[in-house]
Design a protein around this ligand. Structure first.
Ligand SMILES: [Fe+2]
Ligand SMILES: [Fe+2]
Length: 154
């Protein structure tokens, strides 16, 4: 599976988990939200350490890089905050805008697919997997998300 497909499928998983976490409307389902956070933290790490890193290494000028870094920092702060309905709603709004930026025709994923030498991307990916491990790379199913969250609690 190519990196773009992995990351887009993680976006869809994250969308589904966010919806499920606020399904009740008044309270946040903390178990689901913890699973969401586990996947989002890994997802952001992949974008920062594989994609954006590879673009830098290749010398590709990507005008949205700074915006994406800023969003990642803001998402990190919201993930670290109390999981109140207000915080989770703020995170959801930012995350949905952020996904649209990354998935647009001139976004992060398309830029990597069109302008990056696949060898540089693969080098960046294998360096990341060597330090973070395969498990940090793969979460794309609800089951995997819950397993990661359960592992964190122990
Ligand atoms: Fe992102
Ligand atoms: Fe993303």
């Amino acid at each position: 599976m190519d990196i773009q497909t992995v990351l887009e499928s993680q976006h869809r998983l994250l969308d589904a988990l966010l919806l499920e976490a606020v399904r009740e409307g008044s309270t946040v389902d903390e178990e689901v939200y913890l699973a969401f956070r586990e996947v989002l933290a890994r997802h952001i790490a992949i974008e920062e350490k594989v994609l954006l890193q590879a673009l830098r290494e290749a010398g590709v000028i990507f005008s949205q890089a700074e915006r994406i870094h800023q969003d990642h920092r803001a998402l990190g702060q919201l993930m670290a905050a109390e999981p109140t309905m207000a915080n989770v709603t703020a995170l959801a709004m930012l995350f949905h805008e952020h996904e649209a930026v990354e998935e647009s025709e001139i976004g992060l994923f398309a830029t990597c697919a069109q302008l990056l030498d696949p060898e540089i991307l693969e080098k960046s990916r294998s360096e990341y997997v060597a330090t973070a491990g395969d498990a940090a790379w793969t979460p794309s199913t609800r089951e995997q998300a819950f397993k990661l969250a359960a592992g964190r609690k122990r």
